[in-house]
Design a protein around this ligand. Structure first.
Ligand code: G3P
Length: 217
């Protein structure tokens, strides 16, 4: 399973990248706003900064909702850097645009996926990645991980090539469960990635090793 970081915060992206386990970055307009990036020039520069920092797929989201607007915006984003993947919302014109991007060699990430039906349409249109939002499904009282299992099963049976990019990750165990469910990619906040490092027995075991090592120093 590939690891992406789900943030537009350059310091957090650098910290995850320095671990050596980062395969890419996902952003969205809310994450850009969270770090105070707004306006086309600033957003463009920010994407280029991220691409120069991380050698992996970088999702850049369109904000148009009509076919012509999505295609125009996506072409501009894709031209910024070879690693840009155009992130397109799961709406009718979004699916049409994803098909257009597929036919024209531009990679896409279909975002805001909340059902298996949406995942089937995105795969049919040729999306490179589909992004089910598992945390937001959990928030509504349904089971986000169940959707990952369902999409994995459908894609395997049908031979769909889109990669399942589990998004809206809230805690470390989500990452483990996504790996079990066969997600191709998990995009995570930095805290959830770092949370995987932690175990109290590792801490107490290391403390004991270091204490014993002093006996022979
Ligand atoms: O990648 C999607 C993600 O940014 C949404 O996460 O926590 O806002 O549901 P969240």
């Amino acid at each position: 399973m590939k690891f992406f970081i789900d943030t537009a915060d350059l310091a957090q992206i650098k910290e995850a990248n320095d671990l050596g386990i980062l395969d890419g970055v996902t952003t969205n307009p809310s994450l850009m706003a969270k770090v105070g990036i707004s306006g086309e020039a600033a957003v463009t520069k920010h994407y280029i900064d991220i691409c120069e920092m991380v050698d992996g797929d970088i999702s850049a989201e369109v904000v148009s909702t009509d076919f012509d607007g999505i295609v125009a915006e996506g072409k501009k984003l894709a031209a910024l850097h070879k690693n840009i993947v155009v992130k397109v919302p799961m709406i009718k014109d979004g699916i049409k645009a994803i098909k257009w991007f597929t036919d024209n060699g531009i990679r896409t990430n279909c975002t805001l996926i909340f059902s298996a039906g949406q995942a089937i349409l995105a795969a049919k249109a040729g999306a490179t990645y589909v992004s089910p939002f598992i945390g937001r499904i959990d928030d509504t009282g349904w089971d986000g991980l169940e959707l990952i299992h369902q999409i994995r099963q459908i894609y395997s049976i049908q031979g769909y090539k889109s990669e399942i990019l589990a998004a809206s990750i809230r805690y470390p165990n989500h990452i483990i469960k996504c790996a079990e469910a066969g997600a191709d990619v998990c995009t995570c906040p930095l805290d959830s990635i770092l949370g995987l490092l932690k175990h109290p027995l590792t801490d107490s075991g290391l403390a004991k090793f270091l204490e014993d090592a002093k006996k022979f120093a």
